[in-house]
Every structure is written in C-alpha cells, then in structure tokens.
Design a protein around this ligand. Structure first.
Ligand code: IMP
Ligand code: MG
Length: 177
C-alpha cells in the first residue's frame, strides 16, 4: 500500500531565518574590501540550495554576482549512488568563489564541484552550507560558513526534496517512510 510518508519537524522557519541572517552578516564582514569592481562570486547549487541562497543574498551587504550549477547524483532519491553529474556554464577563471549548498552528506558532490572549479581556474573556493550531516562523510570537506549540524536522517523542506516534493515547506523536517 502507498502510505504517505510522515514528516517530523526539525528546524522551525524562524530558526532558519535567524541563522540565514547571521550567515549573511558573517559573509558581509568577511569581505570588507569587496566593491562593484571587485564583487563576490556566488555559485548556487541547484536545485536544493535555491531557497537558502535567495534568502541569504538578502543579507549579504556587498556587491555580488551569481552563477548556477546543477548537481545530481545518480541513484534513488534517498541515497546517492556515488556518481555526480554537474551541468553549468560557469565562468570562474581567476575568481574567488563562494559555493552555496543546501546540505553536505558524504561530501562527494562538494568534492567534485570544488575540483571542477579549480580545474576551470578558480582562484579559490570557499563553501557556505545550510546543513552539515557529518555522520556519513566519506570525503573531507572544509566548510567556511555553516547553518546547522544535523543528525543522520533524510531531511526535506526549505528547498530540500524527496523525489522533487516538499521543497515548498518553510521549515525543515525528518522524513520517515
Ligand atoms: P553528498 O554528495 O553525499 O554530500 O550529497 C549532497 C547532495 O545530496 C545534496 O546536495 C542534496 O541534494 C542531497 N542530499 C543529501 N542529504 C539529503 C537529505 O537529507 N535530504 C535531501 N537531499 C539530500
Ligand atoms: Mg544539493
């Protein structure tokens, strides 16, 4: 029988908003020298990070440019297969990048994306992730700005999906099938 999955709230909308505002302030304070001629270069990982990124940008009080990369891992919705495909038209040569991601799990996606950016000539890559799920990390990842450390559960909401569903929730919850 096809029973709808149950979602247990984990991070309320107010906590997300407060933390995102704080991260925006940290990033702002990290780049006092930024200007129109020397803007920040944000790289948003689609689709999961779009909502976090949009909210975060409202609190980054420096000039910035944005680019997008679509990352998908082959396999079923709740567990990645260990292979990542990246699709993008990024121009990163010589630029100091800030990658904006929704969640880091095994670390494979971020490892692949960081490698790709450096191969394309990025001057440096820093990472801002809303969620960090360290329990299943297989590739060490240096995170510069982090929203929340979360337990080893499958999470949905605030941009994160299960089979494209639940991105619309303003809060984050744990999915129990
Ligand atoms: P990683 O490559 O194992 O670090 O997985 C990172 C990607 O898997 C994220 O960008 C998400 O798109 C997806 N992912 C990992 N954990 C979750 C989760 O709990 N909920 C929704 N998506 C997840
Ligand atoms: Mg993602």
């Amino acid at each position: 029988m096809n029973q709808p999955p149950h979602i247990t709230p984990l991070i309320p909308a107010e906590s997300l908003q407060a933390r995102v505002r704080y991260l925006g302030r940290l990033i702002t304070e990290s780049y006092p020298e930024a200007s129109r001629r020397n803007p920040l270069h944000l790289v948003v990982v689609l689709k999961g990070a779009f909502r976090f990124a949009a909210d975060l940008m409202a609190f980054i009080e420096r000039p910035y440019r944005i680019q997008f990369v679509t990352a998908s891992s082959y396999g079923t919705a709740a567990s990645s297969s260990g292979r990542v495909s990246l699709r993008h038209t990024m121009q990163v040569h010589g630029r100091h990048l800030i990658i904006i991601e929704d969640i880091i799990d095994t670390g494979l996606t971020m490892q692949r994306l960081t490698e790709e950016c450096l191969q394309l000539g990025a001057a440096s890559v820093r990472l801002c992730t809303l969620l960090d799920k360290p329990a299943r990390r297989r590739h060490p990842i240096a995170i510069t700005w982090k929203g929340f450390t979360v337990p080893d559960h499958f999470l949905v909401g605030y941009g994160l999906d299960y089979n494209e569903e639940y991105r619309d929730l303003p809060w984050i919850g744990t999915l129990t099938p």
